[in-house]
Design a protein around this ligand. Structure first.
Ligand code: HEM
Ligand code: HEM
Length: 466
């Protein structure tokens, strides 16, 4: 019987363009992160109304979550989907158009945030005209991903594809519902929901942004690239599937843990907390799978530089997914909420889990696509140590100052009045905030090593091909 012939010319150019775009926005976002960290202890660096902390902070979070994060998700999930479906993207031109629209959208988002246009909903700051652009972008992505998966040439669906499908569907639902608003001009709108309902929908969205932007697509990457880069088969497919379905089911109920001790009805808070505690189990399903996979040959963690990135990333994910549920408990929340503890938690996830996984995927993919080797493993190792030290210093200083802030805010005199004013408490933060800037500088140097390594790898590939 004649063998069926497949066209294996994958559209890697689009993947590369997404990666380069993500790296560009990553640099912008990280530099702004450094800047706002300085603004906290040196107010003179709020140099103009456009560049005050309130505006730059949103550019930092949006630039990194959507520019770096979603840019990398678009590029890397296209790569994974093509490989796992054993076919090119269903609509390669649509994907190419998506790259350009994506960059235009992020640039417009940054400009509009600097101009002060915001819906005042965290991670959903963009005003309604840009929301429409985001929805169009996501539809383009969904058509290509789902279309490619439905017409796949490999009958088996590896776990990464399930995580990618969950990302595509959940983000669409979350984004559209939380951004329902009544326009009152081109750059002004009112949330469709009011008061406590508005807060509840917002944090249902906010927490699931963590779940479906910073977790499910990153797990898809982790599950695909860990076996690829180590040559070790995934420890348990069954565990990966069981933890996938329980994670998806649980995540969507947990948002209320962001509203502990607020006017949100108590029972909704409790429901959120209970589901949050349960979330430890499916999260650790992935952690255990990661550890046992590498456990088949621990030598790999010494000899293969990528294993180090992946195993550290999943370790941060493991810590993050114990710390998160703990934070949701009323007694813990009452101490650490409204303190710097929370940015400590956030950056262990974003700098540790998300960024480390994304860079490791790029280290693996880029040389494969360009048919070359990585320029320098030594530089990659330096990169590893700098980001690790920067990340730990960032989170540890924030945890310490967070507990101190919480304790000072709660301290009362015998007559019940507060012992410390807010200004006194803030003044005590300065040394920690300065240390955070140092941590950011160390992390940024690490990322510069990475960019240099990538730049030199691309250069090497170009000189080989010419
Ligand atoms: C089982 C997993 C996790 C749970 C249950 C969880 C839980 C929580 C809780 C309860 C808070 C609120 C803290 C407070 O303000 O009192 C929080 C904040 C946050 N977490 Fe997590 N977390 C988890 C994992 C992660 C991961 C993996 C990331 C990122 C990669 C992350 C990013 C964030 C962010 C960005 C916030 C701040 C939200 C805000 O703007 O207030 N979390 N998390
Ligand atoms: C040089 C590295 C970085 C520095 C110096 C930095 C600095 C900061 C600062 C000062 C804040 C404001 C904290 C506050 O409100 O008190 C912040 C918030 C945030 N950053 Fe970063 N950041 C860095 C890297 C990153 C990365 C790589 C990501 C994501 C991939 C990220 C995501 C976020 C998020 C989601 C928040 C909001 C946290 C919250 O609401 O609690 N940051 N960052």
């Amino acid at each position: 019987m004649a063998e069926e012939r497949f066209d294996y010319s994958y559209d890697y150019r689009t993947v590369l363009l997404f990666i380069y775009s993500a790296l560009f926005w990553g640099v912008v976002g990280i530099l702004i992160g450094l800047w706002i960290s300085v603004q906290m202890w040196l107010p003179e660096t709020n140099i103009a109304p456009y560049f005050t902390y309130g505006r730059l902070r949103a550019v930092h979070t949006n630039g990194l979550a959507f520019g770096l994060g979603v840019g990398a998700i678009f590029g890397i999930t296209y790569y994974i989907t093509m490989r796992l479906c054993k076919r090119p993207l269903l609509f390669p031109r649509l994907a190419r158009a998506q790259v350009y629209l994506f960059n235009i959208a992020i640039a417009l988002a940054a400009i509009s945030l600097l101009a002060g246009a915001t819906q005042s909903l965290e991670y959903a700051e963009l005003e309604w005209p840009l929301d429409i652009v985001v929805v169009i972008l996501w539809i383009m992505f969904a058509i290509n991903i789902l279309g490619t998966i439905f017409t796949r040439r490999e009958p088996q669906m590896y776990i990464s594809l399930w995580y990618i499908i969950a990302t595509v569907i959940a983000v669409a639902i979350l984004y559209i519902i939380n951004n329902l608003a009544i326009p009152a001009g081109w750059l002004k709108s009112y949330h469709l929901f009011a008061g406590v309902n508005s807060a509840n929908v917002q944090w249902w969205y906010g927490h699931n942004a963590v779940g479906f932007v910073f977790t499910t697509p990153i797990l898809a990457m982790f599950y695909y690239f860990l076996p690829k880069s180590t040559g070790l088969p995934i420890y348990s497919h069954r565990l990966s599937i069981v933890s996938f379905w329980s994670l998806i089911f649980t995540y969507l109920w947990t948002g209320a843990h962001h509203l502990v001790y607020t006017p949100l009805p108590d029972w909704i808070q409790t429901l959120g907390i209970v589901f949050t505690m349960f979330l430890i189990a499916p999260s650790w399903g992935a952690v255990i799978n990661g550890y046992y996979t590498v456990g088949q040959d621990w030598e790999k963690a010494k000899n293969n530089y990528l294993t180090k990135f992946f195993i550290l990333a999943i370790t941060f994910y493991g810590l993050q997914t114990v710390q998160g549920p703990t934070q949701s408990l009323r007694i813990v929340s009452s101490l650490i909420h409204y303190t710097d503890w929370v940015p400590g938690h956030v950056h262990m996830g974003t700098m540790g889990w998300v960024t480390l996984t994304v860079v490791a995927c790029i280290y693996y993919m880029l040389p494969k696509i360009l048919k070359t080797e990585i320029y320098s493993i030594r530089i990659a190792n330096l990169h590893f140590w700098f980001v690790l030290i920067g990340q730990l210093l960032f989170s540890i200083t924030m945890w310490i100052t967070g507990i101190q802030q919480g304790a000072l805010q709660k301290a009362v005199n015998p007559d019940g009045s507060l012992k410390y004013t807010m200004v006194e408490i803030i003044a005590k933060n300065y040394p920690y905030w300065q240390l955070r800037t140092l941590a950011g500088v160390i992390f940024t140097i690490g990322m510069l090593f990475f960019l240099y390594n990538i730049y030199m790898t691309v250069k090497k590939a170009k000189s080989k091909s010419s």
